[in-house]
Design a protein around this ligand. Structure first.
Ligand code: AMP
Length: 355
């Protein structure tokens, strides 16, 4: 194992050919394959075990071919075949989480975006350092349970789908918490949640300029989270506990939302500063990312998480969103990724968007 080749070596197989788009068959793969097809790129689905039959039900989003491995940790073994096929791998939340951030970062294939971002996102402390350097408003963090002076949430590292999180109404109730892995304790923020889907293009020279490229807002959603949703979560927790049920934040679906137009500058400002800081810290984030935050009643947008790749909430907008329609009618995040690849090929600048 280990990283044997540089990013330039990994891209060598792409020279002079139409790249194909490959991703793990899950999460947002239908959207990614459909978007690639709309832009005329061939597609390749990576399946764990036999491909799911649901792809047969969606002919426009079914990949042109599948590559199957029996187990997820065997995915790196398909790297030579992916390179022979001129594939570009599109990361999504499940891909990185199932394989593990470290193994994903070491996959010996061209990956869309800057894989250096994974180290900054998968460790909640590093993620916070990045966002703090970008002067983004965030929930307070408590180094120790003894510092807690109000409602708090204890969260584990990585995108665990909100499993095993612990909500504490006050310091006293934190004594019941038994950690099962690395965690952080944060202020529990009261407000309304927004998951804001951005795309940063280093290749674009128009629009909302950030760094050498531009920032696009393509959509927004809110997640449905079981078993605790939606109102009065702390109160609900007590009722659940009385019934012997531990509250969880397991994502079960997504609903579309829009933000008051007057609040858009807040999310754009935060996103722009995060991109600028990413350029200084690790050469820049590229492509889709999602700012996940809570708008408080006094309009402070507190970012509790950043996802640095396509999020499943974008699946709501496969034929456009109330925001992406003002960028280009019917534009999905999956299609935007394919467009960026096509642009990279046309301008001979793939090196700026792949790693
Ligand atoms: P995360 O793993 O950070 O995306 O958090 C999962 C879910 O926990 C979020 O979708 C929110 O519903 C909730 N959450 C996370 N952090 C906070 C916070 N500081 N205050 C209130 N709710 C939070």
């Amino acid at each position: 194992m280990g990283i044997s080749l540089s990013s330039a070596d990994r891209r060598a197989g792409l020279a002079g050919r139409t790249p194909s788009v490959a991703t793990l068959c899950s999460h947002s793969s239908l959207q990614i394959f459909y978007g690639a097809r709309q832009e005329g790129l061939p597609t390749l689905g990576l399946a764990i075990g036999p491909p799911h039959r649901y792809y047969d039900a969606f002919p426009l989003a079914r990949p042109d071919r599948f590559l199957s491995v029996p187990k997820v940790d065997q995915l790196p073994t398909v790297a030579p075949e992916l390179k022979r096929s001129g594939a570009i791998v599109i990361p999504h939340g499940s891909f990185v989480e199932y394989l593990g951030p470290e193994r994903f970062a070491q996959m010996d294939v061209p990956v869309f975006g800057n894989r250096a971002v994974i180290a900054w996102e998968s460790d909640r402390r590093k993620e916070r350092e990045w966002l703090e350097l970008a002067h983004v408003s965030m929930p307070r963090r408590f180094e120790d349970a003894s510092e807690v002076d109000g409602p708090a949430i204890v969260k584990y590292y990585g995108a665990k789908g909100g499993k095993g999180f612990f909500l504490a109404k006050n310091r006293e109730s934190l004594k019941d918490f038994r950690p099962t892995g690395p965690y952080v304790i944060q202020e529990y923020v009261l407000g309304t949640r927004y998951y804001v889907h951005f795309f940063y293009s280093p290749l674009s020279d128009r629009g909302y300029r950030v760094g050498h490229g531009s920032l696009e807002l393509l959509g927004m959603d809110r997640r449905d989270e079981a078993n605790i949703d939606e109102l009065y979560k702390l109160g609900a927790q007590e009722e659940l506990l009385k019934a012997g049920i531990r509250p969880t934040f397991v994502v079960t679906g997504n609903v579309p939302v829009v933000l008051r137009e007057s609040l858009l500058p807040k999310v754009f400002d935060a996103a722009a500063r995060i991109v600028e800081r990413s350029i200084e810290l690790f050469g820049g984030m590229v492509g889709p990312f999602c700012l996940e935050g809570i708008m408080t009643e006094d309009f402070d947008f507190k970012v509790f998480e950043i996802s640095t790749r396509i999020v499943a909430g974008t699946n709501l907008f496969t034929s456009g969103s109330p925001y992406s329609d003002y960028v280009a009618p019917g534009l999905s995040m999956g299609r935007r990724i394919a467009q960026e690849i096509q642009r990279g090929v046309a301008l001979d600048r793939l090196d700026e968007i792949l790693s």
